[in-house]
Design a protein around this ligand. Sequence first.
Ligand code: PAF
Length: 293
Amino acid sequence: MKFIVYGAGALGSLFAALLSKKHDVLIVGREKHVEAIEKNGLIVEGLSNGIFHPKTRWDGSRYELIILTTKAYDTKKAVEEAVERFGKLPFLSLQNGLNNEEEIASIVGYENVIGGITNHGVTFIDYGKIRHAGYGETVIGEMDGKISNRIRKIAKAFNEAGIETRISKKIKEEIWRKVVINSAINPLTTIFKCKNGAIMKYKSLIREICDEGIRIARKEGYVIDDAFKKTMEIIEKTADNYSSMLQDVMNGKRTEIEEINGAIANAGEKHGIKACYNIVLTKIIKEMENVGT
Ligand code: PAF
């Protein structure tokens, strides 16, 4: 298949690298990252190892899918830019946060949106170099729940490239579960400045944060009662990774706290639930963004 990975930071680069073994992949990211890849290849260390060679310049040919891996707060701008550069193509969001699919659909329509989540842990080491620090499942699904030909084709292409992928008929529920998982792992690892595995000892706190998200998800119509169990599993599987939020704070970048914990708190407010944990965590991380590490 022909994929564009748009907004390739750590996670997008992992997908571009693995997919490029079997498919035609164009990587779009920050210029310094792209230049380093052109010079030395895309270097992946850790669980996946090697030097990969996705395309870095567009040859004008038509691609089949844009895999969007930008930060959630950049979604709208990124989709507008991508459409202007490559034309109107289907988008698969593999981003963190709650409202990416709706934002993409506001530009290209729901028929061009595929929802997704992935639980790989990836650290950005330097331009052109990433570390695959934790394995995780990838789940994709059409927004209307149909098992379409294109979703089958994408899942097959991912699996053939070694990216374990499952199709879901309830992708929005998967996204809610992933956001609740992130709502515990990301701010806690950022506050305690530690790898994912080190928060294992705060089990009861993690349970309470997850329970708050689970309760709000249910009000939205999504039953994700296993979210705490899944969170603990992902902490174990990505124990050696620095969460994307901690990496952002360490690099002086804006975090996705508003799109993760802030979005859960906003949904809670809609249903008359004061999401105390999510509100406090959002405030603490916003302070950390201002002050830095
Ligand atoms: O945002 C992240 O860092 C990732 O979603 C995850 C799975 C928590 C791994 O660090």
